[in-house]
Design a protein around this ligand. Sequence first.
Ligand SMILES: [Zn+2]
Length: 455
Amino acid sequence: MKAKKGMRALSLLIVLALVGAMIVPVVSAEEQNESIEEPTNSQAIFEIVGYTNDFQNNVLSSSKTADSLAKEYGKLNIPSRIERYDIVQFDQVAMKTDQKNSLKVTIYDKEYTMTLGRMNFENIDDGIDSYSGSIEGLDDSVAIFTFDKNLVYGTIQLQDEIIYIKPVQNKEYAMKTAMPLHIVYSSKDVKQAEKPSRIDLDVTPLPNINLSGTYQPVENTESTSSAKSWAYVYVLVATDEEFDELESNWVSAAQSYMAQAAYQYERPDIGVYLNVVKYDSDSVKMASLSGDNRKYSDPLGLFFETFTPSYLDSENADIAIYLGGNDRSGGVQGAAWGYDNYANPNTRNYCRYAWSQMVGDSSDFTYDGSYHARVYCMIHEFGHIFNANHENSGGTNQAYFWYENHIGKWTVMRSLYIGNPQNTWEYSSPSYHGDTDCNNAGAINEVKGNIAGLA
Ligand SMILES: [Zn+2]
């Protein structure tokens, strides 16, 4: 009996202790939430501890802040739908290229460790390098960063939010500023668009070329190389004078978008190393892209003419993408002729090209040229090169739709863009979001050997 009473007392103590332990975290979680809601954070919503200088926190886009800074820092490149942001500057972060880096960071004033390892999608010795990793203690977090001296580009994907870090000065003013200005903002600080913007046409018509004569359909265009082995696809990245002038450094901006694309292509069921051979800063070629009015009507055709297939061959580039600094007329943000042209040897070279608009669309403002929009458009156009296709296109290579926390989400081949969180950067795949009819990862995997053999 005595023993039993003792047991009962003990279990009561245990229960009390457990209840106490349960109460404590609930209270502190509430406190944390309150601090997130607090309108004035003491610091930017994301910082790399020891490397970040708070320039101005909690700026509302409706304020005159950006205008008043323009005199000294130039017009700041802040996409139209961002409603709130922090302005920060960075010291050059000492990153190790050959081992894991552990950086102390703060997210909403709470300290974490961010671990980053060098990504291997390019081997260009220009001091600009990209890293991927995660935030310790935050489940399913993905951090992707590009560092270029004191320019920092980054995204931190959390469960229902993305935090973006990007420089905002143009080239002229960034070169005059010892510590260029950046903005840090959350996807939750971006105004929702009312109606979607079209990314591209279902089929981009080929230029008028003579297809008569020798063409015999190729019997088997499926990749003969094992889909299990990884493919190395070499990419040339090009731009025009407008994008070069718009960005603090167009090369590091481009690399940060390529890092996001490479991350998607390196998923195991895709198995492609997108390898950048060159960020082409040839001034004659840039001037050709900017000096021709087709930049407003047919940037893809202009790109093909300026960067011919034999030029791509000479650079060992299988494929090429043009990051366009002009707003193409007609409400289209990207173009690629696509993998359908691979089978015919007369048209095969056309499937090597993609164009992606980097600036906002003036006709609807939904496609705002933000980091999210640019990366979406690029990964989407690369997808067409690799035989990925839109929703409702028939076949097994379609975009996929699903609900997550009551939000309808699409994979990256959705032809309409409204922003984050609806438009994700991933391809459809039965292994993550997709099914047997919506398997863009499988389509890419099947043809990757052919694309890798183009140069
Ligand atoms: Zn498309």
